[in-house]
Ligand binder design. Sequence first.
Ligand code: APR
Length: 252
Amino acid sequence: MLEIEIKKAAEYIRLSCHTVAFTGAGISVESGIPPFRGEGGLWNTYDPGILDLDTYLRAPEQAWPAIRNLFYDFFGAAQPNEAHYILAEMERLALVKEIITQNIDNLHQKAGSKKVYEFHGRLNYFVCPKCQTYYKLEDIEITQDPPKCLSESCSAVLKPDFIFFGEGIPEQAYKNSMWAARNADVLLIIGTSGEIMPASSIPIMAKQKGCKIIEINPNKTNYTSTITDAFIQAKASEGLSKLVQEIKAIQL
Ligand code: APR
């Protein structure tokens, strides 16, 4: 069964003019970052309320220790795994044009991918909600209290430049992602439960435009029995490795 799905997926990509990857937390699981939902999910350990925008802006010192522990101490130490490197190689081989990622861990970029649209923002920047000044993570001190804006006339508490619950999608990332999904003829979905809007509507929109949908996930999702054309039931690194092997075999 798996081999048949891999052959189908490889043929879709071989015939494709514009393949786009759409990734979620599952692609970073083999880097040591648990998914948000399901077995061992982060939201079983951490309260999603730490990412409530109003709470953070009203009393940042309350949520900051948990945010720092989860996203900077834990996520920040992670390194790309084989799946991230394979996607970067597929971009170099022109097999994948862009990546739309829901992840904020910067692991696609660390693995060498160039065209990455961060639909939920990014871990390695902070922004001042008051004066809109941006700061690189390495340029500010975050080990103690929530970091503050360095502008003389401001000194407001900074916010990580990824979206909190209740916050809109970054405008440029949204535009780039919608363009990519509209122009894709193959969408390669890797490691997402497809439960969070508006990101989860991207594959559905692509399907409505006639896009072939490939899904790599050890578990079935909302997409599998509705829009998926080739379901590779495997972990991200195993599925991508077998997919690229098959693509190279049929291209010979
Ligand atoms: N390889 C591939 N997929 C995996 C692996 C793996 N090794 N391990 C788990 N998965 C799959 C799970 O089966 C699940 O379908 O990854 C998916 C992870 O789902 P979620 O935890 O819901 O993550 P995601 O879909 O990215 O969540 C979307 O929710 O909390 C918000 O902003 C957060 O970006 C996140 C969004």
